[in-house]
Design a binder for this molecule. Structure first.
Ligand SMILES: Cc1ncc(COP(=O)(O)O)c(C=O)c1O
Length: 408
């Protein structure tokens, strides 16, 4: 096993992954298409590459429509506004997520209501969701957290019974399949991010998908300054409905071109990530007391944005998760703590009057203090590198006394 690297021992991984060498995906075909686009001068949101990509991404996610935009925060904003959510309304969100899920609710003037997660899938708890519904609840945003599906069966049933819109936050769930249905097509709208770390990445970008023609038209107009689908500058325009605030959330054609090849390879990459995750989970379940984020039983294809390991066994009591992270990083593994609960996150500088927490989110608080996340690209690496990941876990978890001494 050897001495921990954090106290001067030899690290398990001699040459830690050089992030920019392995992520984002790059290929010659895309480089050539970018060159063609550059010289064509057809760079705008009104040119074909954007519409082509939006159509292909939506189709890949069993949806008739896609609205391509600047990021996965604007997508949530657009989706809520298209559903008519506004001042006086409440929107239920989980606290184990990123800033955007709650902030988008505030952007449309509504009130985020934080509802706890399940301890196994780490996604919204359906019973707690139902208990938090009031006459003001207009929408729920289940997040498929880190690429694991929320319990869409119960959430969908409860939302339908109460007339509540369902906006799936699929920022971590490109290409996932649940009960034979593609991520984003299960609720009313699916919202995806193409930010640099996501499974499909163009530095910035996002897309909303839907099968509802009216929601599509409203979302398109909101992002395109009020233009209707297919309408061009300097041509006759129909104009948005009087109640609809529209924005310039247009994006250029370049990210659409970058994402085309990534969409083509997405499904085969998910197979590789799944194989890597299962390999690690099987080995580490046998050799350590670490547990892993569970898959909803109806999951056909898991998304994998991050691979989440949980150090909540009594063996790990008294050892801060940040110390376990530091020990693993010293061994050469790129691994991170989580950002949640969002209401305590340093960037979420929102007055306590602006949101609700009807019941303490004790599961989110416990998970946030005991979880580590590994970026999905590491799951797709060769078996020899997966073995090194496992060795880091095994080495650190068999030196807990040493960590206890360090934590003072
Ligand atoms: C769960 C979740 N929702 C929304 C977003 C927002 O996406 P973006 O960074 O593209 O605005 C992110 C990503 O950062 C996310 O993790």
């Amino acid at each position: 096993v050897g001495e921990l690297a954090i106290v001067g021992g030899t690290p398990v991984i001699e040459n830690p992954l050089e992030w920019s060498a392995v992520w984002p995906p790059r290929d010659e075909a895309t480089a050539e298409r970018l060159r063609e686009l550059y010289f064509s001068g057809r760079w705008t949101a009104f040119d074909e590459p954007e519409a082509d990509f939006a159509r292909d991404f939506a189709r890949h996610h069993d949806s008739r429509h896609g609205v391509f935009t600047i990021n996965g925060t604007a997508t949530l904003h657009i989706a809520l506004a298209a559903c008519g959510v506004g001042p006086g309304d409440e929107v239920i969100v989980p606290p184990l997520t990123w800033y955007a899920t709650a902030m988008a609710v505030l952007y449309v003037g509504a009130r985020p209501v934080f509802v706890d997660i399940r301890p196994d899938t780490l996604c919204l708890d359906a019973e707690a969701f139902e208990a938090a519904i009031t006459p003001r609840t207009r929408a729920v945003i289940p997040v498929h957290t880190y690429g694991a599906f929320a319990d869409m069966e119960s959430i969908g049933r409860i939302a339908a019974r109460h007339g509540i819109r369902v906006i799936e936050d699929c920022a971590h769930m490109h290409g996932g399949v649940w009960d034979g249905r593609k991520a984003g097509s299960i609720g009313d709208i699916g919202s995806f991010s193409f930010q640099h770390s996501k499974t499909m990445a163009s530095a910035e970008g996002g897309i909303c998908v839907t099968n509802d023609d009216e929601l599509f038209e409203r979302m398109f107009r909101i992002k395109q300054i009020g233009y209707g689908p297919g309408e061009l500058p300097r041509q006759k325009k129909t104009g948005p409905p009087a109640d609809l605030f529209c924005y310039n959330f247009r994006v250029t054609a370049f990210p659409a071109v970058i994402l085309r090849e990534q969409l083509r390879t997405l499904d085969e990459r998910l197979v590789r990530y799944d194989r890597g995750a299962r390999y690690l989970e099987e080995r580490l379940t046998a050799s350590t007391n670490v547990r892993f984020q569970a898959r909803d039983p109806k999951t056909d294809v898991q998304g994998y944005f991050e691979w989440i390991s949980l150090f909540d066994h009594p063996d790990f009591a008294g050892i801060p998760i940040t110390l376990i992270r530091d020990a693993m990083q010293a061994e050469g593994l790129r691994i991170w703590v989580l950002d949640g609960p969002m209401y305590d996150f340093v960037l979420f500088n929102v007055s306590r009057d602006a949101y609700d927490i009807p019941r303490r989110c004790t599961v989110t608080e416990a998970i946030s203090a005991t979880a580590l996340g590994l970026h999905h690209v590491q799951l797709g690496r060769p078996e020899s590198e997966l073995d090194q990941v496992a060795e880091v876990f095994e080495k650190v978890t068999s030196n807990l006394d040493e960590l206890r001494v360090l934590s003072g």
